[in-house]
Design a protein. Structure first.
Ligand SMILES: CC(C)(COP(=O)(O)OP(=O)(O)OC[C@H]1O[C@@H](n2cnc3c(N)ncnc32)[C@H](O)[C@@H]1OP(=O)(O)O)[C@@H](O)C(=O)NCCC(=O)NCCS
Length: 222
């Protein structure tokens, strides 16, 4: 069971938030959040269903976190443990997360892998996504894992794809010449890009590319 209480600031106004493990009673709200956070052209069949959510709490409840403000859920983040090695270089979201059903969860693995993160549009830019990410870093440390990993969508890439390759786009975001809604967020959360993965996820805005991004535990040298 994970529970953290904190305040974020909406301009100068403190807003109380709770980050906690989600349970069955939260499923309807979690599905609602997904619909709001991944609008078309994102494929609706990739949004959570109750069977997937049940697996998250059954197989690895510590990696099933939601964000609550005024008794309403406004965000969530889900992870599983994998035994990460070089063979995973060109994995897909579908393979590594078992299409979101996380039956690939390996309690003896070395890395926490992020299945998804989302914050409701009207609650963005308050620092809530970052607190969710930091909560997952807490779990990496508590479980003595080596790292947190995940494929970051790059939804700004489609617009720039006539001008540059996905690698050049990622470099431009890292240099600060371009801001990407997801990759810039991940950089600001302390995640470091490893490489581009083609055909990661059906995601029109990113032209199916993702940037594999890591946070290494400062306590475990791998
Ligand atoms: C990505 C997402 C979770 C960010 O949530 P959030 O609560 O708005 O993020 P935060 O307020 O914690 O932002 C943390 C940092 O990232 C920056 N950031 C957040 N969104 C950003 C954006 N769209 N562009 C540039 N920077 C951004 C913030 O400025 C902040 O920087 P700081 O810590 O230096 O002040 C949210 O935009 C979202 O749900 N997007 C849709 C779902 C999605 O694509 N998820 C990613 C799946 S891989």
């Amino acid at each position: 069971m994970f529970k953290k209480e904190l305040y974020v600031f909406d301009k100068d106004k403190p807003v109380k938030a709770i980050i906690r493990t989600y349970s069955q009673e939260d499923f309807d709200q979690l599905i609602h959040i997904q619909k709001k956070c991944f609008p078309p052209p994102f494929p609706s069949e990739l949004l959570w269903n109750k069977e997937q959510l049940n697996n998250h709490i059954k197989l690895f409840s510590e990696g099933a976190l939601c964000l609550e403000i005024d008794d309403q859920l406004v965000g969530s983040m889900t992870g599983l443990i994998i035994n990460y090695n070089k063979e995973h270089k060109h994995h897909t979201w579908e393979d590594i997360t078992d299409n979101g059903y996380i039956r690939t969860h390996d309690p003896n693995g070395n890395s926490l892998y992020i299945v998804d993160i989302s914050v409701m549009p009207e609650f963005r830019k308050l620092g809530l996504g970052k607190w969710l990410m930091f909560s997952m870093y807490n779990i990496v440390v508590e479980k003595k894992l080596e790292r947190l990993l995940g494929g970051g969508r790059m939804p700004g890439y489609k617009e720039k794809s006539n001008e540059m390759s996905p690698e050049q786009y990622l470099n431009a975001v890292v240099k600060g010449n371009i801001k990407d809604p997801v990759i810039t967020f991940l950089l600001r959360c302390g995640r470091v890009p490893l490489h581009i993965i083609p055909n990661y996820l059906e995601d029109e805005d990113s032209l199916n590319y993702a940037a594999l991004m890591e946070w290494k535990s400062p306590f475990v040298q791998s």
